[in-house]
Write a protein that binds this ligand. Structure first.
Ligand code: KG4
Ligand code: ZN
Length: 346
């Protein structure tokens, strides 16, 4: 079974080719440079860039996999959630290709793709569900932050999510206030590693709250006020690194505390994490330490699969194909606001 997968929900144009759940190619073209001067993703520019990049990226992926278009058995693409114009580019290209080849089209939920990405591993990357165990999963990226209970493969239930900003958004907005280039998360992570997170303690919103929800906009506001009241902090290298470490410590502590609490409540033995913020070194270390202390087995998404990529889209399509829940109508529309709970039927 040869499958081509397309991901264009935000600012990465990505195409992957999979053979029987094994990744032959996973090409990603990032638009970071394009959006950098605006300090965030500009939706209209993102769609146009996807239009320009999709065919070259697809050719590259097919070449890398040494697969011809005519050999493909199915085409998958992210259907939502995401930026409408960006989603349309990938979805319509995939549907056109599926129509031309007379092969099935599979519409994929972006969060569902992230959710199972911790189970993709090895060299070459492939699905490793042999040691699957019910788990609590943290999906944490620029647009989403949620906790999900995964009882069995493709049987999941959202426990809670952010009521305002996503964790990645908080990283990026705090980094912007500090004057770091877009996207600020990775740069803030780098500086935080050389700082002292206890030099200034930022609030940990909703950390002790009994729900599985998150809130990060207040934390961003307290960073804004801290900088307003201490402008010299941005002129002093060490104090700036301490500020980065303080922001990171607050975000990470909330994410880890709520994930562990949910895992205890649900009585699972495994914890997984995925999404762009799972690249964060502080989060990887703190989640690792907490899981070891509490005797949970931790599976973090491979760093190459944390940020948006088509390999995870192809893998979830492969899982749906195997379960017989995959085909999507060629007339299917994008679903920019698709909720994960509604994704069981593609
Ligand atoms: O999953 P992703 O590629 O896109 C969305 O679906 O949103 O995640 C991108 C987010 C951005 O907010 C970026 O700043 C954040 O992931 N990110 C990080 C790190 N690497 C990426 N945040 C903190 N530390 C990092 N090392
Ligand atoms: Zn994502």
């Amino acid at each position: 079974m040869l499958l081509l997968a397309i991901e264009t929900s935000c600012d990465e144009t990505s195409v992957a080719v999979l053979r029987d759940g094994c990744v032959l190619a996973n090409e990603v073209s990032s638009q970071i440079k394009l959006h950098e001067e605006y300090g965030g993703v500009v939706p209209e520019l993102a769609s146009r860039e996807h239009l320009r990049n999709l065919m070259p990226v697809a050719r590259q992926a097919l070449g890398q996999a040494d697969v011809a278009l005519g050999e493909l058995n199915a085409i998958a693409a992210t259907r939502g959630p995401g930026l409408p114009g960006a989603l349309l580019v990938g979805l319509r290209a995939a549907q056109g290709l599926a129509f031309a080849l007379a092969k099935p089209f599979i519409g994929i939920h972006h969060h569902e793709a992230h959710l199972y990405s911790p189970w993709i591993g090895g060299e070459p990357l492939s699905l490793s569900l042999d040691d699957f165990q019910p788990n609590v999963s943290l999906i944490v990226s620029g647009g989403h932050t949620m906790l999900v209970h995964v009882a069995a493969p493709l049987e999941h239930r959202v426990l809670g999510g952010t009521v305002d900003d996503a964790a990645g958004e908080c990283f990026d907005k705090a980094a912007k206030l500090i004057g770091l280039p877009y996207p600020g998360g990775p740069e803030l992570d780098r500086l935080a590693n050389e700082g002292d997170g206890s030099a200034h303690k930022f609030p940990r919103p909703m950390m002790r709250d009994d729900s599985h929800d998150f809130s990060f906009s207040g934390l961003k506001t307290s960073v804004r006020y801290f900088i307003r009241d201490n402008p010299s902090v941005l002129e002093d290298g060490q104090r700036l690194r301490n500020l980065c470490a303080g922001v990171q410590a607050a975000i990470v502590e909330v994410l880890v505390a709520k994930t562990i609490r949910a895992a205890k409540k649900l009585g699972v033995k495994y914890v997984t994490a995925s999404g762009g913020v799972t690249c964060n070194s502080g989060l990887r270390a703190a989640l690792g330490a907490a899981c070891e202390r509490e005797s949970f087995v931790l599976r973090l998404a491979n760093p190459t699969l944390c940020t948006d990529n088509a390999a995870m889209v192809g893998m979830i399509a492969h899982m749906h194909l195997a379960k017989g829940t995959a085909a999507t109508s060629l007339d299917a529309e994008i679903v920019p606001g698709w909720k994960l709970a509604e994704s069981a039927v593609c």
